[in-house]
Design a protein around this ligand. Structure first.
Ligand SMILES: Cc1cc2nc3c(=O)[nH]c(=O)nc-3n(C[C@H](O)[C@H](O)[C@H](O)COP(=O)(O)OP(=O)(O)OC[C@H]3O[C@@H](n4cnc5c(N)ncnc54)[C@H](O)[C@@H]3O)c2cc1C
Length: 408
């Protein structure tokens, strides 16, 4: 039986240090510029591709780390560098996971390489699920996919919103309704190949934080994709729909909201991103508190400041432990009987918001300016309690899981 350990092994430390080096030498120095420009940092993504950090291989290696810590470790280090740039680097991974989770081997082999491109011609991908009237309530999705049997094509119509890399992606993964009678069980994911007519970018959002990451609406007008672009294939979809219709006919359980459960497994990774941002702000604040003097002594000499730093660090470490526990459970096949995935995302994202606000406070007036990175980190941290399920939705998932009650 494996011994319990809280220590990373040598291989993990090596990978962590390698990513940290890239985050410190390439990502952090570029952060302020791309935050101001509010554009995708293509040259940084290209740098990441050149060293193999922007590739499916890299994520696959981390994903298959038997301890489960590969992905959270990578996320923490990259997001420590800068959240906006890091999201530009890992955003493609979110779409790739959509294909890896539902696609056939052939679909994975065809589409995932096109999502990343290569180091000389990098590409990005987008995962489009949210809609203007279907955010937390994914089951309210309206984008339709209708099968045209004569041509073996699917026809997609609807408007997606908040898509990371939406409109600039080479490959879009679009979730759409194929059978509106069975709620989210009637949803299916489709690949929209590069340059498909009918797909266009709507509004690009001007955001509060993670401004180096492109977020936009994606409009789908009679977008026709070949039958083989349905992830998982038609046979599997038909079987799934038949089961869902049977259940619905038998008056079975009302279909559950997918946003509340489906992403449970991916939530620790978002928690790890939040830990990265929180740790970056804490480190900046600690250094500043040791070097900034008022009343003839460093400000850390005041308990009011020192205790804040003690709390910040304690909460960051606690958040990381929850993230690591959930990641370990997911990898080793332990069921989330207490919604441990949601717990980790909820706690880490709330910690990131709080710790970055404390960091701004410790920097005083300087913390309120764009001259110092904590101002950006504070804006960036606000995303973690919103995307991949808001904090309220995490609490709902946890409360329902613990109680077994249909808490609303
Ligand atoms: C920068 C950014 C990037 C994103 N990237 C992507 C992406 O790549 N792909 C994608 O598909 N989506 C993406 N999203 C969408 C994101 O997942 C949604 O914004 C999120 O799920 C919340 O949905 P909403 O914005 O519609 O808020 P709403 O669902 O309208 O929620 C508004 C408020 O009501 C609360 N609320 C709602 N329902 C309940 C309830 N039952 N109980 C208690 N409180 C409730 C929420 O917690 C929130 O505080 C992104 C969003 C942002 C901002």
């Amino acid at each position: 039986m494996a011994e319990f350990t809280m220590e990373l092994n040598d291989e993990q430390k090596e990978v962590r240090d390698w990513i940290h080096g890239f985050a410190a030498d390439v990502v952090r120095p570029a952060a302020a510029e791309w935050d101001e420009r509010e554009e995708t940092p293509w040259p940084v993504i290209q740098e990441a591709a050149k060293i193999g950090l922007y590739s499916l291989d890299f994520y696959a290696q981390q994903f298959f780390d038997p301890t489960g810590l590969g992905i959270p470790m990578a996320m923490e280090e990259l997001f420590w560098g800068d959240a906006g740039i890091a999201l530009s680097i890992v955003g493609t991974g979110l779409a790739a996971v959509g294909v890896l989770a539902n696609g056939t081997e052939e679909q994975i082999g065809t589409w995932v390489p096109q999502m990343y491109g290569d180091a000389n011609d990098v590409k990005v991908a987008a995962f489009c699920s949210s809609e203007p009237d279907a955010g937390s309530d994914v089951a309210a999705m309206r984008t339709r996919a209708v099968y045209d049997e004569a041509k073996d094509e699917w026809v997609l119509n609807g408007t997606k919103t908040w898509a990371t890399n939406g409109g600039i992606a080479n490959v879009h993964v679009v979730v759409a309704v194929v059978d509106p009678d069975v709620g989210s069980k009637g949803h299916a994911s489709f690949i929209v190949p590069p340059n498909t007519p009918g797909l266009s970018q709507g509004q690009k959002f001007k955001k509060h934080g993670i401004r180096a990451s492109h977020t936009a609406e994606v409009v789908l007008e009679n977008v026709r994709v070949p039958g083989h672009c349905l992830l998982g294939g038609k046979e599997k979809l038909d079987e799934r729909l038949a089961r869902a219709r049977e259940k619905a006919k038998a008056g079975g359980e009302r279909v559950k909201n997918a946003a509340m459960a489906t992403f449970e497994a991916s939530r620790p990774a978002v928690g790890a991103m939040a830990v990265g941002t929180a740790r970056a702000a804490y480190e900046e604040a600690l250094e500043y508190a040791k070097t900034r003097s008022q009343f003839g002594r460093p400000i850390i000499d005041n308990q009011g400041v020192a205790f804040q730093l003690a709390d910040m660090r304690t909460q960051i470490d606690a958040a990381r432990l929850l993230v690591w526990r959930a990641s370990w459970m997911a990898t080793t096949g332990k069921p989330f009987t207490s919604a441990e995935g949601s717990m980790s995302k909820l706690f880490a994202s709330e910690v990131a918001k709080k710790v970055t606000a404390q960091a701004v406070q410790i920097f005083g007036g300087n913390g309120f300016t764009r001259e110092y990175p904590v101002e950006r980190m504070h804006r960036d941290a606000a995303i973690y309690t919103i995307f991949e399920g808001t904090s309220e939705i995490q609490r709902l998932v946890i409360a329902r899981t613990l109680s077994g009650m249909p808490i609303r």
